[in-house]
Write a protein that binds this ligand. Structure first.
Ligand code: SAH
Ligand code: SF4
Length: 353
């Protein structure tokens, strides 16, 4: 059986392919020169190219569909080698500015939102991904290839900085080994060279896995999907809270190694009349005391027959103001891609509505 070449770190590849400096060359062909076949790896000897051809698969993902939002974000539907599909989203964060002479004066910045699983087991009541059930984990190479294909498709130069958020389909910490491996492959200087501080892993709060991720000491940023401040409500919204309650999540966060200049991100999905009262804001302030935290309020993004509603702008602002006044940094996420269902919690495997 052939292996997917993107599943291997450079170190692993250099164990398999001799002489070992070839691994570096292969990495550069794949991740910097964006080749689509082993044949194009010009500085490799013919025999090695044949060996690679025989034993490895290159580029496992096919773009099935691209949807472009009016805000510039693009949603990609990929099919994997087994025919299953999943989504990733390119989010341009700053518009490119061009002066009168046609020169680019301000370069565009990108964030890419990637999936870690096909479907999700966690079953949060507000999330569309959850409705499709769970199919399987993505391999490290399938995670990495999402970014590679999106860079290729948009002619994003290899040295252009991009930020990654593991906020697409799936629960990254439920596929921890492959996610850790993908982080390392992303980070490789001969590969996509995306610094670990540019990679954010978002989790529904698998406390023991947060601990493990911390022990791996990768330098990644951590985001916690908190969404509620008391266990009863959180259990209703996120069944995982029965196994890992709020206290256990907070304790795990307190032990997580974070860069002096960075903060842990707490995502708080706001649903009208569910969790946006000031009493909750008050509790949230208390909960986060002693943690270098910042809160990101997310408007609930509705979908057909969704059980919750989007809160008013006024109530979002009031919630935010309360947190700010009480010393908690808080921003409101401007969800992108709403018109193409590419916004938070709207990614899905197939048409399920
Ligand atoms: N499984 C991980 C990673 C996915 S991130 C996690 O849950 O953290 C996706 C983010 O979008 C999470 O914060 C999730 O809670 C949020 N989300 C899910 N459904 C949503 C919806 N309908 N509207 C807005 N945000 C949603
Ligand atoms: Fe899974 Fe995250 Fe959706 Fe919950 S919000 S079902 S953990 S993808």
């Amino acid at each position: 059986m052939k292996n997917l070449i993107q599943d291997f770190t450079k170190e692993e590849l250099s164990e398999k392919i001799k002489p070992s400096f070839r691994a570096k060359q292969i990495y550069q062909w794949i991740y910097k020169k964006y080749v689509n076949s082993f044949e194009e790896m010009k500085n490799l000897p013919k025999s090695l190219k044949a060996e690679l051809e025989e034993n490895y698969i290159l580029n496992p993902l096919k773009i099935v569909k691209i949807e472009q939002s009016i805000d510039g974000s693009k949603k990609y539907l990929f099919s994997c080698l087994d025919g299953l599909t999943m989504e990733a989203v390119l989010l341009p964060m700053k518009k490119e500015q061009i002066d009168e002479d046609g020169k680019v004066t301000k370069e565009a910045k990108f964030t890419i939102c990637i999936s870690s699983q096909i479907g999700c087991k966690i079953g949060c009541s507000f999330c569309l991904t959850a409705k499709g059930g769970f199919s399987r984990n993505l391999s490290a190479g399938e995670i990495v290839s999402q970014v590679l294909e999106i860079k290729k498709d948009n002619n994003i130069p290899e040295n252009k900085r991009v930020n990654l958020v593991f906020m697409g389909m799936g629960e990254p910490l439920d596929n921890l080994d492959n996610v850790i491996k993908a982080v390392k492959i992303f980070n490789d200087i001969d590969g996509l060279a995306i610094g670990t501080r540019r990679q954010t892993i978002s989790t529904s709060g698998l406390s023991h896995q947060i601990k493990k991720l911390g022990e791996a000491n990768l330098g990644v940023l951590l985001a916690i999907s908190l969404h509620a401040v008391d266990d009863k409500l959180r259990e209703e919204l996120m069944p995982i809270n029965k196994a890992y309650n709020i206290e256990s999540v907070i304790n795990a966060v307190k032990q997580f190694p974070i860069d002096q200049r960075k903060k842990v991100l707490f995502e708080y999905l706001v649903m009208k009349d569910v969790n946006n009262d000031i009493k909750s804001a008050k509790k949230l302030v208390k909960l986060l005391s002693g943690i270098k935290a910042k809160v990101n309020l997310i408007y609930f993004n509705p979908y057909p027959n969704s059980p919750y509603q989007r809160p008013s702008e006024k109530s979002m602002l009031e919630f935010k103001e309360y947190l700010n006044k009480h010393g908690v940094i808080c921003t409101i996420r401007q969800s992108k891609g709403l018109d193409i269902s590419a916004a938070c919690g709207q990614l899905k495997e197939k048409e399920i509505l």
